[in-house]
Write a protein that binds this ligand. Structure first.
Ligand code: RFL
Ligand code: PHB
Length: 389
């Protein structure tokens, strides 16, 4: 097989890139290790920045998102018995929207299929060859057959555990990592959301988050120990713990029900540099991870896709390699800002096992400052709705 851009990974990064390239007549083949049902079964991100929304429109896949998403002009921050609202619209003129990653991925699959895009599922042993030469190619196995794609470029969109990052020789890679001493236990339930806007809560029992997917589907998270397993938590125990961590008014009105998904995610900050090696470009979770506090993972994947799409379009349309040459530097400049925000917001909202009385006072003072200071709220809101590309 032959294509212009071989894309490893059929998650949101790979699909969005493939669909955007298609709008400029650039050919790609997507290789996905899992089945489509498996990819669509993963419950992940929920909050989309305006940059992401614009990219979906550019890719021609914004129709259902616009009709079914929730527009949010602000968020509630709770600490102890207090809570205050940060008004995104007032501070930045922009909202965020809530539309699940599952739905984003579903819309992108539908668009790729409608335009005859090639996506190969259940591929195994994907290997990238000649990325540092003029003749890159990708080999893989499918249904017991060895297959090969010759290509101009490879986009490594295969997530944190993919092969693309590992293809870059270790001596050329620099990795930065912070692992947090807790995880998030997430529950999806077919119940109406407790609040129209998200609630981030720092309680003495740990962090909690109230989110949603639509009027009948809620998404809640609580900070948990890294050693916890989802099966350790009955639904009743989860609801009881959530109620103890959110403001009394919401705890009283929370409607509970059976969970339809329950999972635990560890929290990690991670960046690899550079994001390019020859003809291989890393995008999204393949290159960086943020803790989910602040909802930056999928959104940062989207800004990478934007820079790579611009670079590839310019290359094919004008022959200029400038956009590709500056890809890593441009993408990383924005990635580090998202890393900083997620790290800061995680530090502000969680209880740490080794937190001293002094550390706790610092956290409380910073929350009080955020509550009382307009400039601090504006800085938070600008980061939350998404820094410009
Ligand atoms: P993905 O989604 O991991 O997709 C990578 C795809 O590559 C496939 N793959 C391979 N394919 C072929 N060969 C290989 N060797 C392969 N290895 C892997 C995988 O099967 C997969 O289909 O990466 P991508 O596309 O970069 O997208 C990143 C996002 O998924 C991720 O950043 C977000 O989900 C993070 N995240 C959130 N981000 C937000 O922007 N807003 C949020 O509200 C938000 N909430 C979250 C989140 C992540 C969470 N978890 C579970 C980590 C909430 C949670 C709980
Ligand atoms: C979600 O709805 O899954 C979600 C929302 C906000 C976050 C993280 C996850 O910060």
């Amino acid at each position: 097989m032959k294509t212009q851009v071989a894309i490893i990974g059929g998650g949101p990064s790979g699909l969005l890139l493939s669909q955007l390239l298609h709008t400029r007549g650039i050919d790609s083949i997507v290789l996905e290790r899992q089945t489509k049902d498996h990819v669509l079964g993963r419950i992940r991100a929920g909050v989309l920045e305006r940059g992401f929304v614009d990219l979906m429109a550019k890719a021609g896949v914004a129709e259902r998102m616009h009709s079914e998403s929730y527009v949010h002009d602000g968020t509630l921050i709770a600490f102890g018995d207090e809570s205050f609202r940060i008004d995104f619209a007032k501070h930045t003129g922009h909202p965020v929207i809530v539309y699940g990653q599952t739905e984003v991925t579903r819309d992108l699959y539908a668009a790729r299929e409608a335009s005859g895009g090639q996506i190969e599922f259940s591929v195994q042993d994907v290997r990238i060859h000649g990325a540092d030469s003029d003749a890159a190619f990708v080999t893989f196995q499918q249904n017991g057959q060895n297959r090969r794609i010759d290509c101009d470029f490879v986009a490594g969109c295969d997530g944190f555990h993919g092969v693309s990052r590992q293809t870059i020789p270790p001596e050329l890679r620099r990795e930065y990592e912070k692992v947090y001493p807790f995880g998030w236990l997430g529950v999806l339930s077919e119940t109406p959301p407790v609040s129209h806007e998200l609630i981030y809560a720092n309680s003495p029992r740990g962090f909690a988050l109230c989110s949603m997917r639509n009027d009948h589907l809620s998404r809640y998270y609580i900070q948990c120990a890294l050693s916890d397993k989802p099966q350790d938590w009955t639904d009743a125990a989860f609801w009881q713990e959530l109620k103890r961590r959110i403001p009394a008014q919401q705890a009283e009105t929370l409607i509970t029900g059976p969970s339809i998904e329950k999972s635990i995610a560890p929290l990690r900050s991670f960046v690899t540099e550079p994001m390019r090696w020859g003809r291989l470009f890393l995008c999204g979770d393949a290159a960086h991870i943020v803790p989910p506090t602040g909802a930056k993972g999928l959104n940062t994947a989207a800004s990478d896709v934007h820079y790579l799409f611009e670079g590839l379009s310019a290359f094919y349309e004008t022959g200029s390699p400038d956009g590709l040459d500056s890809y890593s530097q441009k993408a990383l400049a924005r990635v580090w800002k998202a890393e900083r925000f997620s790290w800061w917001f995680s530090g502000l909202m969680h209880r740490y096992p080794d937190q001293s009385a002094f550390d706790l006072k610092m956290q409380q003072a910073e929350l009080a400052f955020l509550r009382d200071n307009d400039a601090a709220q504006k800085a938070m809101a600008e980061n939350y709705v998404g820094l410009p590309y």
